[in-house]
Design a protein around this ligand. Structure first.
Ligand code: DSN
Length: 416
């Protein structure tokens, strides 16, 4: 980054510091990852210079001879990797992708039925403060109060009662597998579209460690930057019958020109995700989460739903008498980065909730395994037990940094 260093040393220095921070910390935010150097190079390429409103061979600007080839290549890779009939690779990120799907298939005021935000759903699944909960009429399903898992009988009952035009299956804070075949059957029974938002689990689906929504959903949205380990961006996969409506909703309905540098980087990530090494990566994410969950439970932590079977762990800290925000901030000071999170039926406010959310995609990208996950759980236990003791937190921090030095991270410090 020599040109950047010369032109703008302040920005250069902040990027270098972030790079060092990402290397020196145990990054457990389940929606984050480390992209490869190849993905970074595509993201930072001259493709950022080009406007390409429209779709391959149907553009509103001239000069698309390479961009059309690029977008077609990435579309084909997306279709092949997921086994989808159609792919749109232009959405800027997950929320715009979901918005485009609603805009494509629903009329204003139609009813959508998604998982409630406090129960693990996403804002864009119809939560009331999101445009998706105001422009469309939204009803939200919870998790079961006891098991804190999806209750498919209750979801079916709600769908029969509410007759939504679209059902959304997907989550951002749900540690269990989602049964897309049941969601598909419910949607068909009530005449609703099924949207599967697989942003968190796309990489796990590719790796074969999470059920596949493709046979069951009319439309699938995913971000590229979570378990899929690509750049910040998104894709919509769908059946042929709705493809034109989806494409028109993304452009010209919602967006302007696609971010071609992101399209290219998504393509690189899709190529990387088609390798046997990536499948093993996905399996290891799940093994790592299971090991961390096991060690946390052994140490008396209350895991929502009693564990995990994906990449994500949600801890209810009520029994530890430490609020989620205080815990997350103390952990960060020890170099363990996670986020505070509401837990289902939380009695505390979202800005200072009872839980923290963890995930293993990023640490697995560094080659950390079950042994390190158990060690991290032990450190978390120490920090939370001594949450007001800065010296104890600092001691854990030194150990965390020492361990991090043993693991490189994709895309970092491999030269300019
Ligand atoms: N912000 C993402 C997450 O952290 O899960 C969801 O969009």
């Amino acid at each position: 980054m020599q040109a950047l260093k010369q032109t703008d040393p302040e920005i250069y220095e902040l990027i270098r510091q972030e790079e060092r921070y990402e290397l020196d910390t145990v990054r457990l935010i389940p929606s984050e990852n480390y992209v490869s150097k190849a993905v970074l190079e595509a993201s930072g390429s001259v493709l950022t210079n080009k406007y390409s409103e429209g779709y391959p061979a149907r553009r509103y600007y001239e000069g698309q001879r390479y961009i059309d080839q690029l977008e077609n290549l990435v579309i084909e890779r997306a279709k092949n990797l997921f086994g989808a009939e159609h792919a749109n690779v232009q959405p800027y990120s997950g929320s715009p992708a979901n918005l485009a799907v609603y805009f494509a298939l629903l009329k204003p005021g139609d009813k959508i039925m998604g998982m409630g935000l406090p129960h693990g759903g996403h804002l864009s699944h119809g939560w009331n403060i999101s445009i998706t909960g105001q422009f469309w009429k939204a009803v939200q399903y919870p998790v079961d109060r006891e098991s804190r898992r999806l209750d498919y009988d209750a979801i079916r009952e709600m769908a029969r009662r509410e007759r939504p035009r679209m059902i959304v299956a997907g989550a951002t804070a749900y540690p269990r597998q989602i049964d897309f075949s049941i969601f598909g059957a419910i949607a068909r029974e009530v005449g609703a579209f099924l949207l599967a938002d697989i942003a968190h689990i796309a990489g796990l689906i590719i790796a074969g460690v999470h059920p596949d929504p493709v046979p069951h959903a009319d439309v699938i949205t995913t971000t590229a930057h979570k378990t899929l380990r690509g750049p910040r961006g998104a894709m919509i996969l769908c059946r042929k019958e709705v493809a034109d409506r989806i494409d028109r909703a993304v452009f010209p309905g919602l967006q302007g020109g696609p971010h071609n540098q992101t399209t290219a980087a998504i393509g690189v990530a899709l190529k990387e995700a088609s390798t046997p090494a990536f499948k093993e990566y996905g399996r290891q994410i799940v093994r790592n989460a299971a090991a961390m969950a096991d060690e946390l439970m052994r140490r008396g932590f209350d895991l929502v739903s009693g564990g995990t079977d994906n990449h994500l762990i949600l801890i209810d800290l009520t029994n530890k008498n430490v609020p989620g925000k205080k815990a997350a901030k103390a952990l960060e000071r020890a170099g363990i980065v996670c986020n505070y999170n509401t837990v289902p039926y939380d009695t505390r406010k979202p800005f200072n909730p009872s839980g923290i959310r963890l995930g293993t995609p990023a640490v697995t990208s560094r080659g950390m395994g079950e042994e390190q996950m158990r060690q991290v759980a032990a450190w978390m236990d120490q920090v939370i037990r001594h949450v007001d003791d800065e010296a104890a937190i600092a001691r854990v921090g030194e150990e965390v940094r020492a361990m991090c030095r043993d693991f490189t991270a994709p895309g970092i410090l491999q030269g300019d």
